[in-house]
Design a binder for this molecule. Structure first.
Ligand code: IPE
Ligand code: IPE
Ligand code: MG
Length: 243
């Protein structure tokens, strides 16, 4: 029996994948696949927040994606600038906060100015948070956090004896709650260096749907599947609760 009242995960993360294959199946260029994917990003982000998701992390460009051709990387960066600008103003009006996670190096001034301005503009919004993971790598995030801890240690700000999970989390790119539900589109069953620290107890949901086709009903299906899981966190199964 399906649960009558759905539990909405607090933090959902999506590995946005399959834009290239979506385009190929239609005889289109990879660029058009990315364009379709970027349009869907806005729809899905708005939908997730409207359903009550508090934080939505979207993996849009990994540190490893710089291995792609210059043409593809340049296209993606231009697309991000344009999309972030339009999303930034719309989401701001909708009271949604937008943040970015990832390394700044290797990003152009244009991209950096755009993300900085959106971050600043939306910083006091309270309806939900969209966390765009751009030039993001899970290993680098942990290494960068360790470097910041070490700086604070040298300055006497942190006591290593008291360094626990909660304290360490604050050194990550964003201080966000743990991921409850991790979705990957396109039928790949891997996490490709995504939020390694934050997904320690996430429920994983893989779908063969390519991201440009991952619409509201597909998102609803993921939420339904999440509600069928029994999260135990190392404890004992509670038969009376779905989550
Ligand atoms: C995901 O789509 C978008 C990015 C990684 C930027 P892909 O470009 O990886 O699409 P496929 O995997 O080649 O189909
Ligand atoms: C993961 O997708 C990164 C993003 C979705 C931004 P990839 O398409 O780059 O991952 P791999 O190479 O198939 O693991
Ligand atoms: Mg891919």
């Amino acid at each position: 029996m399906e649960p009558s009242i759905l539990s909405i995960p607090n933090h959902v993360a999506i590995i946005v994948d399959g834009n290239g294959r979506w385009a190929k199946e239609r005889g289109l260029s990879r660029s058009l696949g990315h364009k379709a994917g970027s349009e869907n990003l806005e729809e899905i982000a708005r939908y997730a927040i409207s359903k009550g998701v508090k934080v939505l992390s979207l993996y849009v460009f990994s540190t490893e994606n710089f291995k792609r051709s210059k043409e593809e990387v340049d296209y993606l960066m231009d697309l991000f600038v344009n999309k972030f600008k339009s999303i930034g103003s719309k989401f701001n009006k909708e009271n949604i906060k937008v943040v970015f996670s990832g390394r700044r190096e290797n990003l152009s001034i244009d991209v950096l100015n755009t993300i900085d301005s959106i971050t600043e503009k939306t910083k006091n919004n309270t309806k939900g948070i969209i966390n765009f993971c751009l030039n993001y790598g899970g290993h680098f995030e942990i290494i960068d956090a360790v470097k910041k801890v070490s700086e604070d240690y040298k300055n006497g700000v942190v006591d290593l004896n008291n360094l626990d999970e909660e304290c360490f989390s604050k050194y990550l790119y964003q201080d966000l709650p743990p991921i409850d539900l991790l979705i990957r589109t396109s039928g790949e069953y891997r996490i490709s260096n995504f939020m390694l620290w934050q997904m320690s107890y996430a429920e994983f949901y893989f779908t063969k749907t390519y991201f440009p086709d991952f619409k509201e009903s597909a998102f609803d299906e993921a939420i339904l599947e999440y509600n069928r899981r029994n999260r135990r966190f190392g404890g004992i199964k509670d038969e009376t609760k779905n989550n």
